[in-house]
Design a protein around this ligand. Structure first.
Ligand SMILES: [Zn+2]
Length: 162
């Protein structure tokens, strides 16, 4: 899954958190951290989707955050991490969640950069924005309209179809 896809999934997940828990908007940064950090193994030859895409890595970073920042931020980090590995496990390459164990987790054939990935990305952005706007006390119908407009703006300036 590409970076934009990871952002959209993490935003959607955070919007769900907002529905059940009253957390500060700025704490989305921890979700984003969890969604971004795994791909820092991209530049390490032979270790992509292994070194930073496993439960041990998530556990260590999660504990570090819990210890230094707080339990809630650590949970948000883990939510971001889960959306990341979930997104990657939808691709044919799968992920090595228990690396260095050899088990490869793969639950779909979604090609990175494909039209399907693009549509999923847009849909997650749409849902995420809608819930977020509702959180800012928009009625649902207004939230849906505004979210649609926002998404259209994003498509024009940033989210070009593949
Ligand atoms: Zn990844």
């Amino acid at each position: 899954m590409n970076r934009t896809g990871h952002v959209s999934l993490s935003l959607f997940a955070f919007s769900l958190v907002l529905m059940v828990k009253n957390v500060a908007l700025v704490s989305y940064l921890f979700v984003l951290l969890g969604a971004f950090l795994p791909d820092f193994d991209l530049g390490i030859k032979g270790l992509h989707r292994k070194l930073f895409h496993n439960v041990w890595f998530a556990g260590i970073v999660g504990l570090l955050i819990a210890d230094n920042v707080g339990f809630m931020p650590a949970q948000l980090f883990l939510i971001g991490f889960i959306t990341h590995v979930l997104g990657d496990s939808l691709t044919p390459e799968g992920i090595h969640l228990f690396w260095p164990g050899k088990t490869r987790i793969r639950i779909g054939g979604l090609k990175t950069g494909s039209m399907t990935e693009y549509v999923i990305t847009l849909f997650m952005f749409f849902l995420g924005f809608t819930i977020l706007l509702h959180y800012f006390s928009f009625e649902w119908t207004k939230a849906v309209y505004a979210s649609g407009l926002l998404l259209f703006g994003l498509i024009v300036v940033w989210l070009r179809p593949p």
